[in-house]
Write a protein that binds this ligand. Sequence first.
Ligand SMILES: [Ca+2]
Length: 124
Amino acid sequence: MTPGLCAGHGDSSSHFYVAVTLSWRDARKHCRGLSSDLVSISSAEESEAVRNVSLSPNVWIGLFKDRWEWSDGSSSSFRDWKPYQPNYLKGQDCVAAVFSEGGKWNDLKCRAAFEDGRSAAATL
Ligand SMILES: [Ca+2]
């Protein structure tokens, strides 16, 4: 858990530090709740400005890797996860829509099978 740095609405000196420890996703949510976002850094000068504003050894910034990709190569960023999903349990590298839960999504082991037509989707 790490504090975050939200982007200011002016130049890099207007970035503001979020002095609570959050997960990356919660830090982003916090910034977005303030009509901002986690800070983007595109130069050494901005990196220095971020360092100057930050009051802790490390902060979340906006860079992330969303490892989910559509198997047909489409680029939709739409996501419809169940609460607390994806939870990235070991081997859960594929996604199922769980219709008993309103069609919300869960990440599941790719080798999970649905022999009885429902089962595995209820797992974490
Ligand atoms: Ca899961």
